[in-house]
Structure formats: C-alpha cells, structure tokens
Ligand binder design. Structure first.
Ligand code: ADP
Length: 215
C-alpha cells in the first residue's frame, strides 16, 4: 500500500467537534472569538461556534500540504486577521494536528496580536506531532495515521488519489478496486460514480460510456 486513506463520515465529524466542545466547557474556557484555520478548520470552527453560542467567527489561512497527502515545504500563513483581537480570549480550531506546523504557526501569529488568551483545538490529534493542541476530539497513535478524507474534501482527494489510474479509461468498479488496493480506501462510503460524473462536468475528467480518464 502506498499510504492509507480513509473517508470520514459526518457522524464522526459531529463526534469529534463535540469532543472539542466538551473539553472547552470542562476547562471553563469561554472564548470571545473563534478562529478557523482555512481551509480544513472552517467547517469544524463553524460547528464549534454553534455549540458554544459564539457569533465572532473569523479565519486565517495556512498552506502546508499540496496535492492530497504530499507536503509542500514549510507551512506558511497566507491570510491574516483583519480584526482587533487584543485583550480577547481566542479559540483556534483546525481539522487535524498532523505535523503540528500549521497549528504552531497559527498560534504564534495570534499570540503576537496581544490577545488575553489563546487556546488551540483540533478534531484529530496525531501523537508525536510537533504541537499538542489544548483540546481535541480524538487522539490517534502514529500507527493510526491515515490521510483522512473529510466530507468537505471528497472531490479534491478522490480526484487526486484516482488520477494516476486514469491515463487510460477506467470503469468505476475497477477504480474502486485500485483505490482499495493502493490506499485501503473504503469507497463504498461515497457515491464514487456521482463524484466522477460531477468532476467530468467540470471537464477535469473525460467520460466515455461509463469509463473515465484524464483529458
Ligand atoms: P497541523 O499538523 O499543524 O494541523 P499540517 O501543516 O500538518 O498542520 O497540516 C495542515 C492541514 O493539512 C491540516 O489542517 C489538514 O487540513 C491537512 N492535513 C494534514 N494532515 C492530514 C491528514 N493526515 N489527513 C487529512 N488532512 C490532513
């Protein structure tokens, strides 16, 4: 297997974001502002803002990983805040703390803006990361590492993982087998054919009678 990839369900997203909520409440942290790290932390941050009845939801953007499961050098801050957080209590939310580089970068950036306090959270935390978030939904050992295909990244990740099997036209059944063999992907969790059809509608794939290829 090249590396393991796994589709994440909305039910798991709810469990993990509620895990964050519980830890925040148990620790009596009452943030004034929630910051989602784009892009992966946007939906979790929105959900946590709902659970905690918070209206001040902002975002910053970091970039670290390029194409699905390949890292692009150093983590960089692409978009900063356009909001005065000085004297405020901040909660930073991300999807996963993997290398920890994006989280560390985000924490240091927000900290430099003189807030009263900053706490960091992510749905998933991989043990051995360079950074430990204050609160997280689920901890995973290094052995449990996988590329997690979150519900908001299904198109991008499915496309990137499928591409290399699509130089010649491939049927949906055959592609499912390849994805299972190469990444242990549980393809039954999504409607692969619908995803491929929609990607073909964007002209990023070519469709030939039930088969798909790279144009
Ligand atoms: P950090 O570990 O600080 O969150 P990384 O720089 O390792 O940051 O990753 C940045 C972003 O890349 C994550 O927030 C997530 O969106 C994505 N990412 C990283 N590792 C994984 C993974 N194993 N599965 C899915 N997405 C990931």
């Amino acid at each position: 297997m090249e590396f393991k990839a796994t589709y994440v369900s909305w039910k798991e997203i709810e469990e993990w974001t509620k895990g964050i909520m519980k830890m925040v409440i148990e620790n009596h942290y009452n943030p004034d502002i929630i910051i989602g790290i784009a892009r992966g932390g946007l939906v979790p941050a929105r959900m946590v803002a709902d659970y905690l009845f918070k209206k001040d939801l902002l975002s910053i953007k970091t970039e670290h990983w390029g194409l699905t499961a390949t890292m692009n050098g150093k983590a960089v801050l692409r978009e900063k805040l356009n909001y005065d957080v000085s004297g405020k209590k901040v909660l930073i939310v991300d999807d996963i703390t993997d290398t920890g580089e994006s989280m560390k970068l985000s924490y240091n950036y927000v900290k430099s803006l003189n807030p009263a306090d900053v706490k960091t959270t992510s749905m998933l935390y991989i043990d051995g990361s360079n950074y430990t978030p204050d609160f997280y939904g689920k901890g995973l050992s290094k052995e449990e590492w996988a590329w997690f295909v979150f519900p908001w990244n299904v198109y991008e990740d499915t496309y990137n993982l499928s591409k290399k099997f699509m130089d010649a036209p491939v049927g949906v059944g055959e592609l499912k087998e390849k994805l299972a063999e190469n990444y242990g992907l549980n393809v039954e969790d999504i409607d692969l054919e619908e995803v491929l059809e929609n990607i073909a509608a964007l002209k990023m794939l070519k469709r030939h009678e039930g088969k798909f290829s790279i144009p």
